[in-house]
Design a protein around this ligand. Structure first.
Ligand code: TXA
Ligand code: MG
Length: 337
């Protein structure tokens, strides 16, 4: 299959018309969002959704997020809209927030990975919403990477993973946030954070009060443990290199790695101290770290890195999302100095 690219910033009408045509035809189209690129198909079309799983090589029990462009599209997807979801939607949609509720019968089992719940998000990216709206149906979309690889934050990264596997990539430039959306489950008495993202724990709790934080946010699942979010049990965000996170200040980090034959993943301004360095944003600036993390992981692969030592980010606010992705990409390999 030939994979075409259309830049929605330059050729908006063609991009929307082609997306509409292919989605109506039951195909898969990669689309930009403010978090990462998504691999989209009509959420109601089982055969189309199966093609997403094939293109990614994703296990069938890992459910997809259903993307909407207007609030009126939510009610038909779920059995009921909990009050806290209404409050969160009012405040943070459109935005990097995915909310899980009991699904209605319009959501096929392939889309929800066989669960009786569905994850819904209204993206902030105006391009994403224009595409959903042009297609006229909610779009099921996971991140547009091959299963296990770092999520793509620009169209070239999507192309690197999906060339030959899907007919169209819509280029909307670099994703603003760079890590996937916050995922919260509203099934059960207290909302539970399953994946940290652009809407931080502080933002959530100041809006709907105390939430639970799933153990899987910071810990590896033990063997046999069931994941609240199936995605958390799989290998994730992993480049080919073996990454080790080193906790401690820059001086300790430097002394630890200076004589090793390795690459380092460090913060801007530190790279001059090393022969082989890739940076991911500024120390103490979680926004810039989130924006760069996945492209930095891909850059390490392009440079042929085999062994990587990474500086540890701050773990507060958006930093929790950065750390959550980095520990997975490192297979929970952490050294404390
Ligand atoms: O920012 C994002 O959320 C991006 C863009 C494209 O919107 N999408 C994304 O999708 O990251 P994906 O499939 O890579 O990650 C969705 C996560 C997975 O860990 C999945 O297991 C979890 O959400 N998830 C989806 N539906 C769920 C459900 N019903 N119950 C529990 N977890 C669910
Ligand atoms: Mg993903």
């Amino acid at each position: 299959m030939k994979t075409s690219l259309i830049d929605i910033r330059k050729d908006r009408d063609t991009a929307l018309a082609e997306a509409r045509r292919l989605i109506a035809d039951g195909s898969v189209v990669a689309i930009p969002t403010e978090t990462v690129y998504g691999l989209a198909a009509n959420a109601f079309d089982e055969a189309a959704v199966r093609k997403i799983f094939e293109a990614k090589g994703r296990p069938a029990d890992n459910p997809l997020i259903v993307h909407i462009s207007e609030l009126s599209q939510l009610a038909p997807l779920v059995t009921e809209i909990p009050e806290k979801v209404r409050v969160m939607a009012e405040k943070y949609w459109p935005g990097p927030l995915t909310m899980i509720m009991k699904k209605s019968s319009v959501i096929p089992d392939v889309t929800s990975g066989g669960l009786d719940t569905v994850a819904v998000r209204m993206p902030k990216s105006e391009y994403a919403r224009a595409i959903i709206s042009a297609c006229g149906v909610p779009l099921a979309a996971p991140s547009a990477n091959l299963s296990g690889s770092p999520s793509p934050t620009d169209a070239q990264s999507v192309f690197d993973d999906m060339n030959g596997r899907i007919p169209l990539i819509i280029d909307g430039g670099e994703c603003e946030i760079g890590v996937e959306s916050t995922v919260i489950s509203f099934v059960g008495d207290t909302p539970t954070l399953l994946r940290p993202g652009g809407i931080t724990v502080g933002m959530i709790e100041s809006t709907i009060g105390k939430i639970n934080i799933s153990d899987a946010v910071l810990n590896r699942l033990r063997d046999g443990e069931t994941a609240a979010s199936p995605g958390m049990k799989y290998k994730h965000y992993a480049p080919k290199a073996k990454i080790t996170i080193v906790k401690g200040d820059f001086e300790k980090f430097y002394n630890y790695v200076k004589d090793l034959d390795c690459f380092v993943l460090c913060f801007e301004g530190e790279e001059g101290h090393f022969n082989n360095a890739v940076t991911y944003g500024k120390a103490d600036d979680s926004r810039s770290e989130a924006h760069r993390l996945f492209s930095a992981l891909r850059e390490l692969d392009e440079k042929g890195a085999k062994t990587v030592y990474a500086r540890c980010p701050e773990i507060t606010g958006l930093g929790l999302a950065v750390y959550n992705r980095l520990i997975r990409s490192a297979g929970f390999n952490i050294i404390e100095l």
